[in-house]
Design a protein around this ligand. Structure first.
Ligand SMILES: [Fe+2]
Length: 402
């Protein structure tokens, strides 16, 4: 449940991050589109003197290419031909331009080309002809006229207004935002694919774990079926051993391993005759010796079970005592594998608190006292307090497998 909640929180967080990023990109794109639309509607103006030639950027230049006298037209007896050019030294194509050129004196328009010309006082107002309407970046738009005027006439100042041909796709920011959106989508899609793969793998893993769980429980039932007075014993020992391992700081996977090992700790009883296991009354020494062989039999049965580390040790050493007086190897202290020392405490507690053929179940209080008094002799003195804590917390005993 814990991991599912974490996973679901993670998925929600990823969705929030994805939605946030996409919203950010969309808002930025909208702002950029509005900015570009505004730029397209805007009319730019540049002013200057006709005598300043070679201005950078967008400018207007003109020169008087011809001049002649006609002598009989007073006062405009002088003919002049002017050639102008709109120079686009900017970064974008300009269009819809209009030029106003102020002359020093009055004049008449005789003829003109590449535009529509009007005169307001001393000012020549020019609108380009259709084919001359736009000027690409780095290019020039030319126009000109022949005018009748005074001999000392000259063009003085100009005012050039225009619009810029800007598009959203010309902005590097537009492509950056699109790339960002694409990358976000790709990462999210890849994550979705990975998540689907993970879920499939997890489902398969859960299925295998379920099969393992049921297999182990079935084995435990087979073991416990040998002795009707120990029904549910293997499952309870497994449960207690897992709780002890949890208190000792084992990881969840390790606790599960301890649980499975606990279930098969008495597997050696399969090799002990039912006549002894099910004998009413106390066992004699020979029968007791036969019962004791279950630890070596269990160890042998499980010796090739390499996938579950410690399972053979759990079966073989769980009747060893801390003081070395157990069976069958008489190992002592920390020479006894920890898994066996854990199972020993769990096993003894359940043995005491379960009914036997020759006695009723002993009380939890009695079992608690026994654990305390045998800590350091029969039991690992570090594991007993862990078991006592579990008892105090009410986690032990439980009715498992009844
Ligand atoms: Fe046992």
């Amino acid at each position: 449940m814990k991991s599912n909640t974490g996973k679901s929180d993670g998925t929600v967080n990823k969705r929030i991050v994805f939605a946030g990023l996409m919203l950010f990109y969309l808002v930025m794109l909208l702002i950029l589109a509005l900015y570009v639309a505004n730029l397209r509607r805007k009319t730019f103006t540049v002013r200057g003197s006709m005598h300043d030639i070679g201005n950078p950027g967008i400018t207007l230049e003109g020169e008087r290419s011809k001049q002649w006298h006609e002598g009989n037209k007073d006062p405009f007896d002088c003919g002049m031909e002017y050639d102008f050019k709109v120079i686009n030294g900017g970064k974008r194509r300009l269009y819809n331009w209009r030029a106003e050129i102020v002359f020093s004196k009055d004049f008449d328009i005789d003829s003109c080309w590449n535009g529509e010309f009007n005169k307001v006082d001393h000012t020549l107002v020019v609108r380009p002809s259709e084919e001359n309407e736009g000027v690409d970046r780095g290019k020039e738009g030319t126009f000109g006229l022949v005018m009748m005027t005074f001999e000392d006439e000259s063009a003085e100042e100009y005012r050039l207004s225009y619009r810029l041909d800007v598009h959203l796709t010309q902005s590097p920011l537009f492509w950056l935002l699109l790339a960002g959106m694409g990358l976000t989508l790709a990462v999210f899609a890849a994550d979705k694919v990975n998540e689907a793969k993970y879920n499939k793998l997890k489902a398969k893993q859960d299925e295998i774990r379920g099969i393992l769980q049921e297999s182990f429980e079935t084995f435990a039932h087979i073991i416990d079926a040998k002795d009707p007075y120990t029904r549910g014993h293997s499952l309870r020992v497994a449960h207690y051993a897992k709780l002890i391992a949890g208190e000792m700081g084992y990881s969840e996977d390790e606790q599960e391993r301890v649980y499975w090992i606990g279930m098969l700790h008495d597997i050696g009883k399969i090799g002990v005759t039912d006549l002894i296991l099910q004998k009413p009354g106390k066992l004699d020494n020979e029968e007791y010796s036969l019962i004791q062989t279950h630890v070596d039999v269990g160890g042998r049965i499980l010796k090739d079970f390499k996938a579950l580390n410690g399972i053979a040790e759990g079966a073989k050493y769980h009747h060893e005592r801390w003081d070395g007086k157990g069976y069958s190897t008489h190992r002592m202290g920390r020479d006894i594998p920890e898994i066996a020392r854990i199972i020993c405490v769990a096993d003894s507690f359940d043995a005491m608190t379960s009914p036997r053929v020759y006695r009723k179940a002993l009380s939890v209080e009695y079992a608690t006292m026994e654990l305390k008094s045998c800590a350091g002799t029969q039991f690992d003195p570090d594991i007993v307090p862990v078991m006592l804590k579990l008892i105090e917390q009410g986690l032990v005993p439980v009715e498992v497998g009844e």
